[in-house]
Design a protein around this ligand. Structure first.
Ligand SMILES: C[S@@+](CC[C@H](N)C(=O)[O-])C[C@H]1O[C@@H](n2cnc3c(N)ncnc32)[C@H](O)[C@@H]1O
Length: 437
């Protein structure tokens, strides 16, 4: 039996999505659709009375919303992220560079980008014109301007380097022939006749650099350092040697077959974090097993509570209507990974700590997987005390997940995004709650 709070204070307030981040200092430096709102961090800090200087943890940093919001609120943040581009992004948003040092360095990069330097990506995969697929992500002039700017940014001092590189990556993606659309990159309508020019690239670079200067000035970061570490959270949270945390606010990958390493492929290559599909695959293999795009190790554990048992049994009986035969193993592997995370987090929690975890339910073949409630159960089995499951909003199920389903009712399984809140030690529940089995 669990507490599902339909009247959670952040319900339908945009707390679990990136809407609004485009206006916020530092958050706006790079738009990541999967990001969530600083409101979630603010609410957790206020509700749980977290004080300035206390440790905030986020094992799944993504675009760095949690470490940044926490740091700006005076907390010390520690975050982990397995994707090198998203790790770079999270860490760069915490920069303490002085606005004037950055402004000076950005002028040099802008001048350099007036030149043209051949890029190592020319002719590779679909990066530039002249490949066998007949479509390409970047106009050659844009990628050469980018490369000319990048070569100067790479030689600048550490304080300014990552900010310059972030502005260059953002400007390149502004001039890309495709845009991110859910799980893939979709080419713009009539993109071939409307490719960006090198001067449009420089215009975007300048605009982004100006935004960074303004935000370094308006939202300075001082005090004790927050840190984002590159690596696999399943391994990192288990390290008990680390300092214990007071608050953890996080959003793990959802159980929705979304592969972040694939979606950020252009940035990973442009920034030189990967140089081949093999190196990209190495990143995929370190991610939580929430997608089927890598041949990860098969899960072993299959005991995650009553809700899981019922749900996995139905999924295993329905393989003929699933879009991939690997889905039942993926579901099992996901909960195996999340159990590891929840156990590791409990070991690293102070007695007064709380854990706020934002997640969505899923549906495959029209079969609902109540991920939030299953995780609530796993958390309890891992030593956490469940406070509540707060409903954040309701969503529609992805059409990919129901394309082999005939039954009309099963085609439209509504999904729910919620925040699961646990305490490290027992306390009285709050809020108006509805009982659910
Ligand atoms: C839902 S997103 C987090 C979004 C984040 N709250 C934000 O505001 O941008 C989940 C993140 O977990 C990362 N991730 C996946 N597997 C991981 C692992 N094993 N260790 C650390 N991070 C991982 C993904 O790369 C992705 O960035």
């Amino acid at each position: 039996m669990f507490t599902l709070n339909d009247n959670f204070p952040l319900r339908d307030q945009g707390a679990s999505n990136a809407v609004g981040l485009g206006e916020m200092p530092r958050h706006r430096w790079y738009f990541v659709k999967e990001g969530f709102s600083p409101k979630m961090v603010e609410q957790a800090v206020a509700t749980d009375g977290v004080r300035s200087g206390e440790l905030l943890l986020d094992p799944f940093s993504g675009s760095g919303t949690v470490p940044l919001a926490g740091t700006l609120a005076g907390l010390r943040a520690q975050a982990f992220e397995v994707n090198p581009f998203l790790h770079f992004l999270s860490a760069t948003k915490l920069s303490r560079c002085s606005p004037s040092a950055f402004q000076q360095a950005s002028r040099k990069v802008l001048r350099a980008s007036e030149g043209q330097l051949v890029s190592p990506l020319e002719g590779y995969s679909t990066f530039t014109e002249g490949n066998r697929w007949g479509r390409w992500l970047f106009p050659t002039k844009v990628i050469r301007s980018f490369e000319a700017g990048w070569s100067v940014a790479a030689c600048s001092v550490r304080e300014t380097r990552s900010l310059l590189q972030l502005a260059l990556l953002g400007a390149a993606m502004d001039c890309c022939n495709a845009t991110r659309d859910g799980k893939c990159l979709r080419y713009h309508k009539n993109w071939m006749g409307h490719e960006a020019t090198a001067s449009q690239f420089r215009f975007r670079l300048e605009a982004r650099a100006n935004e960074i200067v303004a935000d370094l000035d308006a939202a300075p970061i001082s005090g004790k350092a927050s840190k984002v570490k590159l690596g696999d959270a399943r391994r990192l949270v288990a390290s008990v040697a680390r300092e214990k945390f007071r608050l953890c606010v996080t959003s793990p990958p959802y159980l929705n077959s979304f592969d972040y390493s694939d979606v950020y492929r252009p940035e990973l290559f442009l920034a030189g974090f990967v140089d081949s599909n093999d190196s990209l695959m190495k990143i995929r293999l370190r991610t939580v097993r929430s997608h089927v795009q890598a041949s990860w190790e098969m899960p072993i554990n299959d005991e995650f509570g009553v809700l899981y048992r019922d749900c996995i049994a139905t999924i295993r009986e329905s393989t003929d209507i699933l879009w991939s035969g690997k889905l039942p193993a993926m579901v099992q592997a996901y909960f195996e990974d999340m159990e590891k995370i929840l156990r590791g987090l409990r070991k690293r929690a102070l007695d007064e700590a709380s854990l706020w975890l934002v997640v969505s339910t899923s549906a495959y073949g029209g079969i609902e997987i109540p991920v939030d409630l299953i995780l609530a159960e796993i958390g309890q089995r891992s030593g956490w005390f469940l406070r509540e499951v707060g409903v954040l909003r309701h969503l529609r199920s992805s059409s990919q997940h129901v394309k082999h389903v005939d039954d009309a009712e099963r085609k439209s399984v509504p999904l729910r995004e919620s925040v699961v809140i646990w305490d490290a030690t027992r306390r009285r529940p709050t809020g108006k709650a509805k009982r659910t089995e």
